[in-house]
Design a binder for this molecule. Structure first.
Ligand code: FES
Length: 108
């Protein structure tokens, strides 16, 4: 288990990137909707590149989807399902995450 951040460290209706667990190359992206937080591996299912083109820029212009900077695939915020782009129908890899006393904790 690893403490990722406080819920309030993630902008509401926004997203923030984090380094991966020790010994891994793949980071995390955490999406916040109010008190709910969804965490995914920051790796596009198309060819595995990070989603953000610059740190913490993960969302589409309308804020309704995560978007991959490489080829523009869009993913739902709450499930990580790709709804448009070359990996349509695939999903981001969800990371088990819980909120405990306002803190986001990931990992089993
Ligand atoms: S690497 Fe994400 S859409 Fe191609």
């Amino acid at each position: 288990m690893r403490t990722l951040c406080r819920v309030t460290d993630i902008p509401d209706n926004g997203a923030k990137g984090f380094p991966g667990l020790e010994g891994t190359f793949t980071g995390f992206v955490a999406v916040r909707q109010g008190e709910r937080v969804y965490v995914y591996e920051n790796a596009c299912p198309h060819i595995g590149t990070p989603l953000d083109w610059t740190p913490d820029r993960f969302l589409s212009a309308d804020g309704r989807h995560l978007i991959c900077a490489t080829h523009g695939a869009e993913f739902t915020l709450d499930t990580g399902l790709c709804v448009s782009g070359p990996c349509r129908g695939d999903s981001l890899t969800a990371v088990e995450a819980v909120v405990q006393d306002g803190v986001v904790v990931v990992g089993g």
